[in-house]
Design a protein around this ligand. Structure first.
Ligand code: ADP
Length: 490
């Protein structure tokens, strides 16, 4: 099969969160199974060019229709750790991708509407006719809309779209100007509720809704979250749309690329280790302490890695720091916040805790440090308010770092409480789960984990081993995606 991924991220060259990991990992898996996979990405000025090999111009003069005129683009091609990627670089005063950021501009909806249009125009002009176009999140929600309403009449009638939603919270909202810019026009037509009109704001168009309505198949990144999005409040207003399109909607759990996230082969960590040599992990713990100037004492290290925002349960993350310190543990946090209030809050905490030898808050995005923390910590807290899949707990399991998670979304399908999970035999349990959003719930789970570490180290080690035995690679999800692609393919 010939598959083209159109996305706003691909790790490690463009990564703001799990989306980047998934786009890369899934592409690799599909390619390993003999399929032809290409990626189309924006050419951001701030991406990690050091992870691209052989960057060259592949299509010099791409003219993308925009607002009745055209925007001249160049398309570059390069290899990102073996994956063939096409990067779209527009030359216009809008400077869509030269902002020093991936997301967070006022005109993000225009930036990614343009990207979606340019990606399709590139496929059309370069005569690429994939069997499957795989789109991701709101940024590419307009791809299936434009494919169905415009590009199929220009010779792209056989392309089928799988649309994967990694986070329902950000849906891409715009007004009629989006229609005029992209050439979709026909305001009354698209402003109908069964097309792009937002379910709650009658004056707005919703990119993600468009993606759901027009794609051949739609999925989110865990079966449990698919259920939550339809019947709970985490669909952020799209539950009804999912209900209408339920026959083509499902959930596929994400995988982890074990060529990258694997303590046996990880080049970012000073000491590699495996299930049979877990004791070696202590050397990484030592290295982390040296690097972050933490005191070398017999205490567990509890970590948090992730974006610092409401979705991730920042209040509980904050509480976890102080609870860990009170209970005789060390705490390491690696996170970045886009919301300024949360950012200043954690900067304040960082300064306040500056001289404490048991804690380090690293407020940045640092891929290399993330690897070292996964390989050093004893436990990882993931107290999310909602979590479509969650990769941090999956990576932690592979690195023998016991996850302490809130039982929502993909977390509930991947972490099984050591003491209470009635559906798993004791030898299949791999972490700690709490359900409520209050600090007592978190404390009770942390207390059990820290208690086991101190009182029953042997049992704690069994728990680590049981976690490491789980296979959350792309093997199973790869099969699921392929059966969907097969099903929707012409
Ligand atoms: P989300 O996609 O909601 O941000 P996921 O758990 O699905 O959360 O994926 C998070 C990914 O981003 C993981 O690979 C994690 O290691 C990484 N990550 C998150 N924050 C940081 C950070 N500050 N520095 C380095 N890596 C980070």
């Amino acid at each position: 099969m010939y598959i083209v991924q159109i996305a706003s991220e691909c790790a490690p060259v463009i990564k703001a969160g799990g989306l980047g990991d998934v786009v890369y990992g899934l592409s690799r898996e599909l390619e390993n199974r003999g399929h032809c996979v290409e990626l189309i990405l924006p050419m951001y000025d701030c991406m990690r060019y050091d992870h691209i090999w052989g960057l060259h111009d592949a299509y010099r003069d791409l003219y993308v229709p925009w607002y009745g005129g055209v925007i001249h683009c160049s398309v570059f091609c390069g290899w990102v750790h073996g994956r063939v990627c096409f990067f779209i670089q527009p030359h216009s005063e809008d400077n869509f991708f030269n902002r020093g950021l991936y997301y967070g501009s006022q005109d993000d909806n225009m930036r990614f509407a343009f990207f979606s249009k340019a990606a399709l125009e590139f496929l059309l002009r370069s005569n690429k006719r994939p069997d499957i176009i795989h789109c991701h999140d709101w940024q590419t929600g307009l791809v299936p809309v434009m494919l169905y309403e415009m590009y199929q009449y220009h010779g792209m009638g056989n392309q089928r779209v799988c649309y994967t939603i990694h986070n329902f919270k950000h849906q891409g909202i715009g007004g009629a100007d989006i229609l005029w810019a992209t050439g979709l026009n026909r305001e009354p037509y698209y402003f109908q509720y069964d097309r792009l009109r937002d379910n709650f704001n009658p004056f707005a168009l919703n990119f993600m809704k468009g993606g759901i309505v027009y794609s051949n198949y739609v999925n989110t990144v865990s079966p449990h979250h698919a259920w939550e999005a339809r019947f709970g409040d985490v669909g952020y207003g799209l539950g009804h749309t999912l209900e209408i399109h339920q026959s083509k909607f499902g959930g596929i759990l994400n995988g982890v690329d074990y060529n990258i996230w694997n303590p046996e082969v990880d080049n970012y960590i000073p000491q590699k280790y495996s299930l049979d040599t877990i004791a070696e992990k202590a050397k990484n713990k030592q290295a982390l302490r040296n690097r972050l100037l933490l005191q070398d004492v017999k205490k567990p290290i509890i970590a948090y890695i992730g974006r610092l925002d409401q979705q991730k349960g920042v209040h509980l993350v904050h509480h976890a720091i102080y609870y860990a310190l009170n209970r005789g543990a060390q705490f390491v946090l690696l996170g970045s916040a886009t919301e300024s209030s949360i950012n200043s809050w954690f900067w304040h905490e960082k300064q306040y805790l500056n001289n404490n030898p048991d804690v380090h808050l690293e407020l940045s995005f640092n891929e290399e440090l993330a690897h070292l923390i996964y390989a050093s910590a004893d436990m990882m807290v993931v107290p999310s308010n909602y979590e479509p899949c969650g990769l941090t707990q999956l990576i932690s399991l592979k690195y023998g770092t016991v996850p302490i998670v809130r039982g929502v979304g993909g977390l509930v399908s991947t972490v099984f409480d050591r003491d209470y999970d009635a559906n798993k035999p004791p030898e299949k349990r791999n972490g700690y789960v709490f359900y409520q959003t209050d600090s007592h719930a978190l404390e009770s789970a942390m207390e059990r984990a820290i208690g086991l570490w101190y009182e029953y180290p042997k049992k704690f080690e069994y728990l680590i081993q049981q976690g490491m035995e789980y296979d959350y690679s792309w093997n199973n999800p790869g099969t699921s995606y392929l059966s969907i692609f097969d099903y929707i393919k012409c």
